[in-house]
Design a protein around this ligand. Structure first.
Ligand code: AMP
Length: 301
């Protein structure tokens, strides 16, 4: 980060005005994280992640810095949100690089707990956001959102943030967590950040590194299909969901070898399927497998 960049001054506001980036404090114990939080006099924003940080995560951190006095990035590959045959073992883990990126981005504290501290052997309590957690991604990945809701609620309880920042990249996750916060009366501002993309349109994802060269090329078709949907709605104007889904499906099938898990036109609020696009209230989402790598993308119209 350039020393004259105002962001770097803000990042170092704890260090007596030095222009050097300050390494975030890394906390692995829940008790220590609680103590850190209790010692804060100002507001705290948290950006929950599973690490292997890329620009999309850094955008969340940047937004978090605009929202609060102190920023926590959590790095935890949450085993509870992976199914038995999913990629928990092969999920990229790059803690040293993540630490450097957090330092540059002005993170104050990294909370990176161990699996066993988050889920001791006798762990019993799970959070389910009904309906929202069992459709779309939830239908493909049973228990995934139960794992997500549970870990985020635990992180909220440990860190007691004023603000929590999530990416629209995982739109269903964000919408579901917003509902959880509303239903359980958390006093937390939920902030959504736009999807960060490669120049060719592919949404950044920690899983992109697992794509073969061929699949990496093909994967850009997801964004093109979403752009097509967007154009159909804006310029068509086509509003029938079935028609939009069919055009998207044909585009992806003609340009890639991907296996499409779903293409859905849903309500931005409830995630229920819509027969017709409702302007300003609609999420169009796609999930597809390129080889063993499953990718998600979406657009709000
Ligand atoms: P993950 O580490 O993949 O679990 O993601 C952690 C957070 O970063 C979630 O809120 C994601 O939605 C968000 N995120 C991941 N990729 C992107 C992206 N390309 N653009 C914006 N946010 C993202």
């Amino acid at each position: 980060m350039h020393p004259n960049d105002p962001k770097s001054t803000q990042a170092n506001s704890n260090s007596g005005g030095s222009s050097e980036a300050v390494a975030p404090r890394v906390i692995r114990s829940i008790t220590e994280a609680r103590d850190w939080r209790a010692a804060q006099t100002g507001s705290v924003a948290v950006a929950p992640t599973m690490g292997a940080l890329h620009q999309g995560h850094l955008d969340l951190i940047q937004r978090a810095r605009e929202c609060a006095d102190k920023v926590v990035a959590t790095i935890f590959v949450n085993p509870a949100q992976f199914g038995k045959n999913e990629d928990l073992d092969s999920y990229p883990r790059t803690f040293d690089e993540d630490l450097a990126r957090c330092e540059e981005a002005g993170v104050d504290m990294i909370f990176a707990p161990s699996d066993i501290s988050m889920y001791p052997f006798d762990y019993k309590t799970w959070v389910n956001v009904e309906e929202m957690g069992s459709i779309l991604e939830g239908e493909q990945r049973p228990d995934h959102f139960r794992g997500v809701a549970t870990v985020v609620l635990k992180l909220f309880n440990i860190l007691r943030p004023n603000t929590a920042v999530f990416g629209w990249k995982d739109a269903q996750q964000f919408i579901m967590l917003r509902k959880m916060v509303e239903d359980l009366n958390f006093d937390i501002e939920m902030v959504g950040v736009e999807i960060a993309r490669e120049e060719d349109g592919l949404a950044l994802s920690s899983r992109n590194v697992n794509l073969s060269e061929k699949h990496r090329q093909e994967a850009t078709a997801l964004n093109r299909a979403l752009k097509l949907a967007h154009d159909l709605v804006e310029n068509g104007p086509v509003h029938e969901s079935e028609l939009i889904i069919d055009r998207m499906r044909r585009k992806i099938q003609s340009e890639t070898s991907a296996k499409i898990d779903y293409i859905a036109v849903t309500s931005l609020k409830t995630l229920r399927p819509l027969e017709r696009v409702e302007p300003g209230e609609t999420l169009i989402a796609v999930a597809a497998r390129f080889g063993d790598t499953r990718l998600l993308d979406n657009v709000r119209v």
